[in-house]
Design a protein around this ligand. Structure first.
Ligand SMILES: Cc1cc2nc3c(=O)[nH]c(=O)nc-3n(C[C@H](O)[C@H](O)[C@H](O)COP(=O)(O)OP(=O)(O)OC[C@H]3O[C@@H](n4cnc5c(N)ncnc54)[C@H](O)[C@@H]3O)c2cc1C
Length: 497
């Protein structure tokens, strides 16, 4: 730690999207900033690195996207329909999928600052583009975007994180890799006076009056997963970084912070059954996910369906269906498609590293995937008989559902009868945890007596109270940069006052 100063105005713990947004904002607020990254440099960037870079923010129409993506040609304009996604729609989606539990003040802060902060990120060097491949369907020659998500960061999570690191370094912010925040130091008034680190040279203390905790949830900590999420979660596969082990939550609770939010809830998805268990693969990144299930059926090893694959747009169901898969025998499920939809399967279905089988009959498919053949044949026959003959349109909630089966398939129910059939074996992959620290709308961490802890700020995954039960796809990055910028700005103002 010899290269570090003894004192910084602001120490940011973590080096993902939330942390780097905080660090940049704090430096721009006039503070001398240190970033602590627990991971070695080659594994930097947290879960943010692993993302597809899909980002949810409100917009009224294409004109609101131009400041991000740059001007587009008239020909491209004529080919796209991005629709609109007003602030009220984002707020309503957040409230709808969380059962009305999202903290209204934090939710409003998230929604109201999302677009402007995305533009601020553009000014910091983050590049944006339209998310054609994952969020649009070509209908009558027009790319129709759906689900409130039209933009992605260019280069996905790697592009986002690399741009933020470039900016961090350009601004002269010190970054200590392989160095973790270990515990917080307070003075006799309870205010932050420093942080203890654990790094390549052992333990050290840095003096500071302001710390921003942005070091992720506890998704990569099997013990905490089991303790908070429940039995079986120790066996979920970790989709992203292996370094988010709940340290920031622990550190803050140790000095009296209030725990907040859905500690027994998390974001978890269908994830390739053969993917590594203890953390993501930085080359594959998010491509082990399997998100095209609304186009087909999901069954367990008995051949039984257990969720409504078409309950809503994928963005509003995928994050809660991982848990449903965890609850199936052997924590396994199979997504089954026929040739009618093969062309529409997302990019992640086309990588070599998938656990899949193709067959000309449902029975052969079942045998190839170790599903009970009688069970699968019966499920598909019952499902096909229940499909209603109304028009099909994957870009809207088309209401083309089933009648008389449980669970129903509420939208996009095409009969599964066009061989060859393809089945993909998936298990539960955990993305991030929902429970964490209580903050106010200025990013200050609140204690168990409902007072802010002087000098302590937090942002990103380790903040509780925003996501409960479920999550609108693309909100994790938004949550990180909105509250990261707010926390960094607040921390700098506090430290330099
Ligand atoms: C495979 C995958 C795909 C995803 N796709 C999307 C998507 O397309 N859109 C979207 O919005 N969200 C997506 N998410 C969710 C998103 O990644 C997170 O919600 C968001 O990036 C979290 O940002 P963060 O900055 O809070 O945490 P992270 O990016 O995880 O950063 C945490 C940082 O803290 C560091 N750290 C941990 N402990 C310590 C410590 N004690 N001291 C110092 N540093 C520490 C870590 O090394 C890391 O650098 C995806 C997640 C995964 C795993």
């Amino acid at each position: 730690m010899s290269h570090l100063k003894e004192r910084y105005d602001v120490v940011v713990v973590g080096a993902g999207n939330a942390a780097l947004s905080a660090a940049i904002a704090a430096q721009q607020g006039g503070a001398d900033v240190l970033v602590l990254e627990k991971a070695p440099e080659a594994a930097r960037g947290g879960n943010s690195y692993f993302t597809g870079g899909a980002v949810r923010f409100p917009y009224e129409g294409i004109e609101d996207l131009i400041p991000l993506i740059g001007d587009i040609s008239d020909a491209e304009r004529a080919q796209i329909d991005v629709g609109s996604y007003p602030r009220s729609a984002f707020y309503d989606d957040l409230m709808r999928v969380t059962g009305g539990m999202s903290d209204p003040e934090l939710a409003e802060t998230l929604v109201n600052n999302a677009h402007d902060t995305a533009v601020w990120l553009r000014e910091q060097g983050v590049h944006w583009g339209l998310m054609y491949s994952r969020q649009s369907f070509k209908i009558d020659g027009i790319f129709k975007f759906w689900g409130g998500l039209a933009c992605e960061t260019v280069g996905a999570g790697k592009g986002l994180v690399d741009s933020l690191f470039d900016r961090t370094i350009e601004l002269g912010i010190d970054v200590a890799y392989g160095t973790m925040g270990d515990h917080l130091l307070t003075d006799q008034t309870g205010a932050i006076r420093g942080i203890a680190l654990r790094g390549p040279d052992g333990l050290a203390e840095i003096a500071t009056s302001s710390v921003v905790l942005a070091c992720g949830g506890f998704e990569a900590n099997a013990e905490m997963r089991t303790r908070y999420l429940g039995p079986g979660w120790d066996l979920a596969k970790v989709r992203g970084t292996r370094y988010n082990t709940g340290d920031g939550i622990r550190m803050a609770l140790e000095i009296g912070a209030r725990s907040h939010g859905h500690y027994s809830g998390c974001h978890a998805v269908a994830w390739d059954a053969g993917a590594p268990s203890e953390g993501g693969d930085r080359n594959i990144a998010d491509l082990f996910q399997k998100h095209s299930y609304p186009l087909g059926l999901i069954v367990n090893v008995n051949g039984d369906r257990f969720v409504d694959e078409g309950a809503d747009f994928r963005n509003y169901t995928y994050a809660k269906y991982g848990k449903e898969i965890l609850n199936q025998p052997n924590r396994l499920a199979f997504q089954v498609f026929d040739t009618q939809v093969t062309e529409m399967l997302r990019d992640e279905y086309h990588i070599r590293e998938t656990t899949k089988f193709e067959a000309n009959t449902i029975r052969e498919l079942a045998v190839g995937l170790d599903i009970d053949p009688d069970g699968l044949e019966k499920t598909v026959a019952d499902y096909n008989a229940a499909v209603q003959d109304t028009p099909y349109n994957p870009a809207i909630l088309d209401g083309k559902g089933t009648h008389g089966i449980e669970p129903p398939k509420s939208n996009w129910a095409l009969r599964l009868d066009q061989p060859p059939y393809t089945g993909y074996a998936v298990t539960c992959g955990i993305t991030f945890t929902f429970g964490g620290l209580k903050i106010d709308t200025t990013g200050r961490v609140i204690d168990t007596q409902d007072h802010p802890i002087p000098g302590l700020y937090a942002a990103g995954e380790l903040v509780g109270g925003i996501f409960y039960e479920n999550y609108p796809g693309g909100s994790g990055i938004t949550n990180g940069f909105v509250f990261g910028k707010i926390a960094g700005t607040g921390a700098a103002a506090y430290a330099t006052a």
